[in-house]
Design a protein around this ligand. Structure first.
Ligand code: 6PG
Length: 475
């Protein structure tokens, strides 16, 4: 046996990761349900490194040095369970199975427990960066037994993206934590994409810009605080021309956004954990609304009202949108990190936010210059009550706040939807409010259901005898 790592599931992501391992000098055993993919990889890229071609699972497992390390890159769900079972029956205690797909973290918790009972290590690893990242350096979020990281960490770190000499890979925590963190990463990705979409929409509908003009704005923004992969590719997408019509490609793409589910999972989990991830939720709902094509068709032509004219000062409005985007982005990350803290507490994972910010600086879809700031913020205070309260972000929002309000109010007056900008601003206003209307909610709940309330000036729970003499009793 001579391979240091095996990869099974050789679709694009699997092939690219296998090539990435080989390019870093590791001998890679290859396995795929149909041998044609394995042969194609070896034929096209065999010269990039040392690959071992195997046909059966037994052959595959036999090709691996101990402790055996196998990375599964198949479709999340039932296919993963089937491959795990096949592998587990052929492997020995101490061997490591890594699931590199976008698995639901509760599935990972279940799989880890069942393999642990059989003496095997199961590592649920979030891998971000798409096809390009898989080949040239992704961000990797492996969760699972700590001891498995000794045999696995160096291998994964060698193929991960590197930022300032630090690999974008670290042991996240036990069982499902790696996939949980990847899930929230994707939720933040949804929010970030939605915010960028709202900014684009404002340029188009409020300022009347064409795709090329908006592309130029994003290109410029990418050299400042907003520098990020998503801003960079936004300009690329907007610049692309359609060969068939000569129009901007974005103008011939159907405006109905799809999803494979990680954003929806993030929101479902946030609901269970009781964490307000309003930016991510608005992004998921915005995709759903865009996809309600029949309903939208029927609603075109509904009254709009238009209480404002197009912004007179385009340069000022552009700067306002930039500030609104930055501030809303801070809110989306703050909410995502809150969810990670809540997940960590719920499952006893002991997650470290600064580590996550560190490994998200490169390789992944949400990589951005400002992740360095997030890392600094958590390095300085790991117990930060909210990212928004870190001095750097507090100042950034203070600088942005007037612009943010102008963007939301102008959009509203013009009838342009900005669900994520608006809800992020409302979240911020609610968070900093001294009094919320929740006091009234509590009064109502006590009125109709004797659900009790707390008082600002006394300990304990109280109830007003609403249908009696309306005196107050201690509950
Ligand atoms: C990544 C991406 C990746 C994938 C998402 C897209 O980090 O590399 O998040 O995981 O592109 O699955 O998700 P949707 O299809 O739900 O938009």
């Amino acid at each position: 046996a001579r391979a240091q790592i095996g990869v099974t599931g050789l679709a694009v992501m699997g092939s690219n990761i296998a090539r990435n391992f080989a390019r870093h000098g590791h001998t890679v055993a290859l396995h795929n349900r149909s041998i044609a993919k394995t042969d194609a990889l070896i034929e096209e890229h065999g010269s990039e490194g040392d690959f071992v071609r195997t046909e059966t699972i037994e052959e595959f497992v036999a090709a691996l040095q101990k402790p055996r390390r196998v990375l599964i890159m198949v479709k999340a769900g039932d296919p993963t369970d089937a491959v795990i079972e096949e592998l587990a029956s052929a492997m020995e205690p101490g061997d490591i199975i890594i699931d590199g797909g976008n698995a639901l973290y509760t599935d990972t918790i279940r799989r880890e427990a069942s393999l642990r009972d059989r003496g095997l290590h199961f590592v649920g690893a979030g891998i971000s960066g798409g096809e390009e990242g898989a080949l040239n350096g992704p961000s990797i979020m492996p969760g699972g037994p700590k001891e498995s990281y000794q045999a696995l960490g160096p291998l994964l770190e060698s193929i991960a993206a590197q930022v300032d000499g630090t690999p974008c890979c670290t042991h996240i925590g036990p069982d499902g934590s790696g996939h949980f963190v990847k899930m929230v990463h994707n939720g933040i990705e949804y929010a970030d994409m939605q915010l960028i979409g709202e900014a684009y929409n404002l340029f188009r509908d409020a300022l009347g810009y064409d795709a090329d003009q908006v592309a130029d704005v994003f290109t410029e923004w990418n050299s400042g605080d907003l520098e990020s992969y998503l801003v960079e590719i936004t300009a690329e997408v907007l610049k692309q021309k359609d060969a068939k019509t000569g129009k901007a490609l974005v103008d011939v793409i159907v405006d109905a956004a799809e999803q494979k589910g990680t954003g929806r999972w993030t929101v479902k989990s946030a609901l269970d954990l009781g964490v307000p991830v309003t930016g991510i939720a608005e992004a998921v709902f915005a995709r759903a609304l865009s996809g309600a094509r029949e309903q939208r068709k029927a609603a075109v032509g509904l009254a709009s009202g238009r209480l404002a004219d197009k912004p007179a000062d385009a340069a000022q409005f552009t700067e306002d949108i930039r500030q609104a985007l930055y501030a809303s982005k801070v809110v989306a990350y703050a909410q995502g990190f809150d969810q990670i803290a809540a997940g960590s507490a719920e499952y006893d994972w002991d997650l470290h936010p600064a580590d996550l910010a560190t490994i998200w600086r490169g390789g992944c879809i949400i990589r951005a210059r400002f992740l360095n700031r997030i890392k600094d913020a958590y390095d300085e205070n790991p117990k930060l009550p909210s990212l928004i309260l870190a001095p750097y972000f507090r100042d950034a929002i203070e600088t942005a706040i007037d612009s943010w309000r102008r963007v939301v109010s102008t959009a509203t007056l013009l009838g342009i939807p900005v669900p994520a900008f608006a809800s992020s601003l409302s979240y911020y206003d609610a968070l900093r409010a001294e009094r919320l209307p929740a006091a009234l909610t509590q009064g109502q709940r006590d009125f109709f259901g004797a659900h009790t309330y707390e008082r600002v000036d006394a300990e304990g729970k109280f109830h007003t005898l609403w249908s009696g003499d309306r005196s107050e009793v201690q509950a």
